[in-house]
Design a protein. Structure first.
Ligand SMILES: Cc1cc2nc3c(=O)[nH]c(=O)nc-3n(C[C@H](O)[C@H](O)[C@H](O)COP(=O)(O)OP(=O)(O)OC[C@H]3O[C@@H](n4cnc5c(N)ncnc54)[C@H](O)[C@@H]3O)c2cc1C
Length: 373
């Protein structure tokens, strides 16, 4: 333990704070340095998470804003729903989630120094351990992989979101308007909605087209505009750089889902693995992470490449077939938003699903199945 003292964590986002709390639980005494004057602002994330995340992160009920019992897909002209009697995803109060992580850290004696900036280019002192949890900024500065500009609006939904079911998460895909990603619309548990997208195209145009309204109405109804970047390039090869005594975690390491950009659950996993490694004597948790998630990332990269290549017409055809065969309900029942591999293995038992999946094989580069991640 002593050889990695002090542990300096840069970034008081979900990654820095989750890791700091896990370190404290295991007897370490990290210090956090944050460039902003406060935790949790500015916000960008939607805070949609799985039940598994709620359980494993011990999220208090008071932080849950809404429960989603299924999904609505808006794919071009198609509108497909899959509903369940039990919640399939949750929207947490993302700002208060970070405050809760901060409070837990401070209550256990931890210290956060604000307005301190990690200088990515300055040589790092060799003593102790540096954790780079500074998020997508680090991923971009170091050109580690693909990111997409993102915009999320907090909307007063009255009048413009009436068509959408507040108890279902809406996913909207129109590749002709946004070839890069999907758009989403989720209810905040009150009259407000979060609608967002990630794209290299004009984000306002994509969002107005997604919910079938004009940009002026969108601007008029938006209570907050949150700009950010979604990491879709996947994780870096090595999280630990011994020459700089630096470890990456969270978005700075690219630990998001390549398919959705969701990072909160993998941050939790990475934090546990990092602390386990450190207790065993090494800060390098790269192998642990890949042992658990290598196949998952291979599949996610394959699905992302499929999404980028498929035409809107073919996508609509596939969705149509799946809807006719009621495969969305099956996906909702058997699917797993954190581990797509588990979903695929379960769904592979269904002949109709596999036939549809094979229909898309012309878009799949077989080499991707065997590539390293
Ligand atoms: C629009 C959008 C929607 C999303 N929706 C979801 C979702 O629904 N579910 C989900 O699981 N994930 C979602 N994500 C992803 C999720 O927000 C990220 O994976 C997560 O916030 C990453 O946490 P982090 O701590 O690594 O980085 P960040 O949250 O970016 O935190 C980094 C921290 O480091 C600080 N910092 C930056 N630079 C420096 C520096 N040089 N020195 C010191 N401090 C610095 C920042 O101020 C910040 O406090 C979404 C992302 C976006 C953009």
């Amino acid at each position: 333990m002593a050889s990695y003292h002090p542990i300096k964590i840069y970034g008081a986002g979900p990654a820095g704070l989750t890791l700091a709390n896990k370190l404290v639980e295991n007897g370490f005494e990290p210090i956090i340095y944050e460039s902003n004057p406060v935790v949790g602002k500015p916000q960008h994330c939607s805070g949609v998470v799985s039940g598994r995340f709620i359980d494993e992160a011990h999220i208090p009920h008071s932080l849950v804003r809404n429960k989603f019992y299924g999904v609505e897909l808006w794919i071009g002209r198609l509108h497909v729903k899959a509903e369940s009697s039990t919640p399939k995803a949750y929207a947490i109060d993302r700002y208060r989630y970070e405050l809760w992580l901060e409070e837990t850290f401070i209550d256990s004696g931890g210290e956060i120094k604000f307005r301190v900036e990690m200088d990515y280019h300055k040589p790092i002192r060799r003593d102790g351990l540096i954790v780079d949890a500074t998020g997508v900024r680090s991923y971009i500065v170091h050109k580690r992989g693909e990111v997409l500009p993102a915009l999320q609006l907090i909307l007063n939904g009255n009048g413009i979101m009436d068509e959408y079911n507040p108890k279902l998460a809406s996913i909207i895909v129109d590749k002709k308007v946004n070839p890069d990603f999907f758009s989403w619309a989720i209810n905040n548990g009150d009259s407000r909605w979060k609608i967002g997208t990630a794209s290299n195209a004009n984000l306002w145009d994509v969002l107005s087209s997604a919910i079938n309204t004009d940009v002026w109405t969108l601007r008029k109804n938006s209570l907050e505009r949150l700009y950010g970047h979604v990491v879709v390039g996947g994780p870096v090869k090595n999280f630990f750089d011994p020459s700089r005594n630096t470890v990456l975690i969270g978005d700075s390491a690219g630990q998001t889902k390549v398919t959705t950009g969701g990072g909160l659950y993998y941050i939790l996993l990475a934090s546990k693995m990092f602390v386990e490694s450190l207790v065993e004597g090494s800060p390098d948790y790269t192998q642990k992470f890949y042992r658990e998630l290598k196949d998952e990332y291979r599949l996610q990269r394959l699905l992302r490449s499929l999404f980028l290549k498929i035409s809107q017409e073919d996508l609509e055809e596939v969705i149509n077939i799946m809807a006719r065969k009621e495969l969305f309900n099956l996906m909702l029942m058997l699917g797993d938003m954190d581990f797509h591999m588990t979903s695929l293995v379960r769904l592979a038992m269904d002949r109709d699903f596999m036939k549809t999946f094979i229909k898309m094989s012309k878009y799949i580069e077989l080499s991707m199945l065997f590539s390293s991640v």
